[in-house]
Design a protein around this ligand. Structure first.
Ligand code: SIN
Ligand code: FE2
Length: 229
């Protein structure tokens, strides 16, 4: 391709500049915790195109915390297990409590991305059996929490950001540890495991906006290994 044509193409499609050969997309947040900038960007259209069928089987819902608070983030799941919360507590279930049928299967493109992201962050052999799907409307936040309902803490958490940007909070092992603030864009992935597996994390209120891929929301896919192997 000639330089002129290349320039035209880049202008028309508003592509990101190619990363330098060998550039490291991994930003360390702590031991075993990495932000993988743009790792899911190329897969994003395929991830999003799979959503309507998943939602037809298991629609968005606002779960209630054990304390009786309605969560502002809308959630659903795919995969063999799904994370749920109600007055009885937090847990994983094989059946969607809305209708008693299994959660929809995890699409192959989801599994492949989760495995690749985990491996890129240093966790080979990640085998997710649960994918929590979160939808943040503008103004929606997720307060600091640990992901601790899984049985195998050797496996990491893989979290994929799509659509509107958000500020991710990544703290330490104590709730009182001051969290780092990380701006996450469409296609960014965060992986935390090992010594950071039980790090507190959350999401600041999502700002108003419109994103070409998702419209007026942020979608987050959080992959976990919930059952013991
Ligand atoms: C979560 O902790 O389940 C979601 C994190 C995020 O939306 O980035
Ligand atoms: Fe979480």
């Amino acid at each position: 391709m000639t330089p002129v044509l290349h320039g035209v193409t880049a202008g028309l499609f508003d592509e990101l500049p190619e990363p330098d050969a060998g550039a490291d997309i991994r930003l360390a947040l702590g031991p075993g915790a990495r932000v993988l900038r743009g790792l899911a960007r190329a897969d994003a259209p395929a991830l999003l195109v799979a959503l309507p069928a998943l939602l037809a089987a298991s629609p968005w819902r606002h779960l209630v915390t054990p304390g009786g608070q309605r969560m502002s983030v809308a959630m659903t799941n795919c995969g063999p297990l799904g994370w749920v919360s109600d007055r009885r507590g937090y847990r994983y279930t094989a059946l969607d409590p809305l209708h008693g049928a299994p959660w929809p299967a995890m699409p192959a493109v989801f599994i492949a991305l989760a495995e690749r992201a985990a491996a890129t962050a240093g966790f080979n052999g990640f085998a997710p059996d649960a994918c929590l799907i979160n939808r943040y409307a503008p103004g929606t936040r997720l307060s600091l929490h640990q992901d601790r309902d899984e049985q195998d803490m050797r496996q990491p958490i893989v979290s994929v950001s799509l659509g509107l940007p958000a500020v991710f909070l990544f703290g330490g092992l104590a709730r009182s540890d001051k969290p780092q603030r990380v701006a996450l864009q469409h296609g960014d992935v965060v992986v935390w495991g090992g010594a950071s597996r039980l790090a507190f994390h959350g999401v600041m209120p999502v700002a108003d906006g419109a994103h070409p891929a998702t419209g007026d929301c942020r979608i987050n896919l959080t992959f976990r290994r919930a059952a013991a192997e």
